[in-house]
Design a protein around this ligand. Structure first.
Ligand code: ADP
Ligand code: MG
Length: 293
């Protein structure tokens, strides 16, 4: 392979909206057979909105949103932004949070107006010895079945309610996934979100295989498990929680609209955050290497 021909390939990549770290990346791109796709911010827009606030029986809906919004205000997560924005819309300025802790892939914790607040996956509340009452389990089940993400909220040792958030699939995702299949690649959805929401998104974009409910370390494990089965794995992601998996994959692709951590860890950046560019990049690398041979 002449380096010049490879560089022509990388120049063409820039025209397609793909930034390639170095010409050697193309060789790995060509061999890929499995593509792991992060859900939130990669297959979906990641711009979430709050669709419902469900307080515990006898609870106060406005207070649920105000207190949860105050803690989430300190987080950059798309779910957090949706909750904080809805709370600020309704209540104006939100109270300050002290001792904020981001529990990556789980939720958030902090002190608001003297209350010790926790908001996130039911598994995070379980860490505090808290379980959801039946009516909130029902609200959570209904939300997740509809493809939504429910955030459980507790303070001062009591579960206070559930906040339901919703995301939308990017208009270009389904066509891009069909394009990956045409190239003979197997798409797999990989997410920290719940299994039902993941299945709902997967069905909308034509993905059959789903790995859900994984913590950030679990994303790396998923990449390794496929590699141990002999697969050559590409991973596409946008979040801080995707960075380690992007670095572990045979080929890491970051959304240009994503976090710096993801872009630094990846081999390729899809500048406009459009999955269609991933298909173009793989097609281009195959064509480029064919010309060289
Ligand atoms: P993804 O893999 O889809 O990008 P993450 O790993 O960032 O998802 O998060 C996994 C899950 O953890 C979310 O679906 C949500 O249930 C929970 N979670 C993460 N961050 C927060 C937060 N700031 N507030 C509430 N829940 C959160
Ligand atoms: Mg993401």
């Amino acid at each position: 392979a002449t380096p010049v021909a490879l560089l022509v390939g990388t120049g063409r990549g820039a025209q397609l909206g793909v930034l390639i770290k170095g010409p050697e990346v193309l060789e790995n791109t060509r061999r890929v057979d499995t593509v792991l796709l992060d859900k939130t911010g990669t297959v979906t827009t990641g711009r979430m909105s709050l669709v419902a606030a469900v307080p515990v029986a006898g609870g106060d809906e406005a207070e649920l949103l105000r207190i949860a919004g105050a803690v989430e205000h300190a987080s950059e997560h798309p779910i957090a932004k949706a909750i904080a924005a809805a709370a600020a819309d309704k209540h104006g300025t939100l109270p300050a949070v002290e001792g904020f802790t981001n529990r990556e892939g789980l939720g958030v914790e902090g002190i608001v107006e003297g209350h010790a607040v926790v908001a996130g996956r039911p598994a995070l509340l379980a860490d505090w010895g808290l379980t959801l009452p039946a009516e909130l389990v029902a609200a959570l089940d209904e939300a997740e079945t509809a493809g939504r993400t429910a955030v459980a909220v507790a303070w001062d040792g009591e579960v206070r309610g559930v906040l339901v958030t919703s995301d939308t699939v990017k208009p270009t995702s389904a066509a891009a996934i069909a394009g990956l299949r045409k190239l003979g690649l197997t798409p797999v959805l990989l997410t920290g979100d719940n299994e039902r929401a993941a299945r709902s998104v997967a069905a909308q974009v034509g993905i059959d295989e789903v790995i859900a409910g994984v913590l950030p370390a679990g994303k790396v494990d998923a990449v390794r498990a496929l590699q141990e089965q002999g697969k050559v794995v590409a991973m596409v992601g946008d979040g801080v929680n995707d960075a380690a998996a992007l670095a572990t994959a045979d080929l890491g692709l970051a959304m240009g609209t994503g976090t710096d951590a993801a872009i630094e860890a990846a081999d390729l950046t899809l500048v406009r955050g459009d999955l269609g560019a991933a298909v173009d990049a793989i097609r281009l690398s195959r064509a480029t290497l064919r010309t060289i041979k």
